[in-house]
Design a protein around this ligand. Structure first.
Ligand code: SF4
Length: 281
């Protein structure tokens, strides 16, 4: 289905580091139509650029790997279904590895889960970006239920106390007591808020909706998907592509646009950009 949509709308495709398939190059007004085709085929919004859960990377796990001690794929699916659509101060990434060899690079994620012979080790506060951080061990040899309970508490505590655009690694560094404080709150419940944090996460899980499907049902929100307010059916001709990047299309460079229009290139012309967080990629 992804191939069919990519071919129909001439989108550039690529496998991402998080094991998903990117499709680049859709114009604004094409998005509802593309979402409709994907939703009708059973796909749902992946929150690919929201401040929310992005991806749960996993290795192949015990099903196919002789080193695997737990089914990391099943756990990754369970975690993705639970935390999909979770809005947060910054993007959230997760990883699940089926043994200590760590092929899913879970310790580079906000929440990393690594299988042990007795259950799962839970690591928190890892990220890549401009200032990478390894996730720190929060709890060892957890059963599935306790693992999920601790992740619920961790995410909700982070969501409620971090600054906007502050990723988990920086939040943990700035917390008084660091990982020890996180352990006190999440594992030992010294603040007595664990039940409240779990209830907040349960509410998220119970009220999750697919934002693509929801938008398609709402004519007011669909009106946002047009390039020109006064000419809703017109496409933006300033967005142009060339078909020569490994056999797929890519955005035209300034030189290519100028050559196509037989105009001189504007040297030094620039469009001011809003500053972005250093980790936002
Ligand atoms: S992390 Fe372990 S179980 Fe997973 S693929 Fe690597 S070696 Fe196999």
């Amino acid at each position: 289905m992804i191939a069919a949509v990519a071919e129909k709308y001439n989108l550039y495709t690529k496998i991402t580091g998080g094991q998903r398939i990117d499709m680049f190059g859709a114009r604004l007004e094409q998005l509802p139509e593309i979402w409709k085709e994907l939703v009708d085929a059973g796909f749902e919004s992946g929150q690919a650029y929201g401040k929310s859960l992005r991806t749960v990377k996993s290795c192949v796990g015990s099903t196919w790997c002789r080193f695997g001690v737990q089914d990391s794929v099943a756990m990754a699916i369970q975690l993705e279904l639970r935390y999909r659509g979770l809005r947060s101060p910054h993007k959230l990434k997760m990883g699940v590895s089926g043994c200590a060899r760590e092929c899913a690079e879970a310790r580079g994620k906000d929440v990393g889960v690594i299988a042990t012979a007795d259950g799962w080790n839970l690591y928190v506060g890892g990220n890549g970006g401009a200032t990478p951080a390894h996730a720190q061990l929060l709890a060892k040899d957890l059963d599935d239920e306790t693992l999920i309970k601790y992740i619920d508490r961790y995410f909700m505590y982070y969501i409620r106390t971090a600054d906007r655009l502050q990723r988990t690694a920086r939040w943990q560094e700035e917390l008084d007591g660091g990982i020890k404080h996180v352990e006190d709150v999440v594992v030992k419940d010294t603040l007595g808020i664990a039940a409240d944090l779990e209830a907040a996460m349960a509410k998220h899980v119970d009220t999750y909706i697919d934002e693509w499907a929801d938008t398609l049902k709402d004519p007011e929100r669909l009106r946002r998907f047009r390039s020109f307010v006064n000419a809703p059916d017109q496409k933006d001709d300033s967005i142009t592509f060339v078909p020569d990047e490994r056999g797929q299309m890519r955005p035209a460079t300034a030189e290519e646009k100028a050559a196509a229009a037989q105009q001189p290139v504007l040297i030094g012309a620039s469009i001011p950009l809003r500053s972005r967080d250093e980790n936002e990629v």
